[in-house]
Unconditional design. Sequence first.
Length: 355
Amino acid sequence: MVETQVGTPDESAPRKRMSTARKTLIFLVIAALVFVAGVAGFGWWMQSRLDGMIDRIDDPFAAIPSRPEVPSQVDEQDQQPVNILVLGSDSRISAGDPSQWQIGAQRTDAIMLVHVDGDREGITVTSIPRDTWVTIPGWGKNKINAAFSFGGPPLIIQAVEDLTDVRIDHFVVTDFDSFSTMTDALGGVTINLSKPLQVGSETLSAGEQRLTGDEALVYVRQRYELSGGDFSRVQRQQNWMRSIMREVFEQDILGDMGKLTDFVETVAQSVTVDEGFSIGEMRNLLFSARNVRPGDVNFLTMPHNGVGRSDNGQSIVIFDEVNGTALFDAMKNDVLGEYLAENPDVVTRLPANPE
């Protein structure tokens, strides 16, 4: 594990400004599916237009002194797997705007590691609970989401790589505001509510509901009302992703040029990525994964041993060293499909109807 320090208490935020307006939470997977069709339909001029809409930050990997190696059998594959760290935060803390970034002022509310299989036949989205207790280089023991607060993108990348021993290829940061924008761009999403949802003065009854953007935002922000707390909220975030993906295919967005144009532009304005994630690299990756469908995407929560208390009294999530290490080793070696098939009960998957 890496012990060197990336961030320091005096280190400033990344230099390039990321817009706080309309960033969507964890939208990389659906953006990939849509972008493929966009490339074919709009041509290079549209790619250039989209490239100008995507915010980028300076290379967050350059400051990391030592990183996990790629296994030789993976490095020799015709197509290598791709691992993308996606962060989502609540815009109330302005985590998407480095001009407002201050040491200790904000943390990320969602941490997901997106693994695109080397054979491009599947994608796995693994949520890392934000309260997972880890050693943050240069800062000691703390919740993993504190790494973003202490050192910005480089330190959270290093903390996740230290925990998983998986080399991260790209970084995406978003906030919660565009839950509303993305949902409304599709005319709403259908979600089966396990319990009534209070939205302002209105109560949506349990069962299948068509949620507007504002209602979807309430749905994914709930935590205290749920029996599983943050674990339940993680699954709601994943459930929203799954619902969006289904909506795109059910509405045949990929076959409607007008809808596709509007939707792809909304997506492009909703994410901030590392500067190395070029439009060309996106195009190649997304084209190679063009056959992936919603059923080919696995949604998991990192293995853990429940919650506990730190020495200083914080409520924390305890990493399952045995099963967690096995899962991330499978990810590192690009054998996640085989691992999940052989260990169906080890990892918490997103159920059909989460709380």
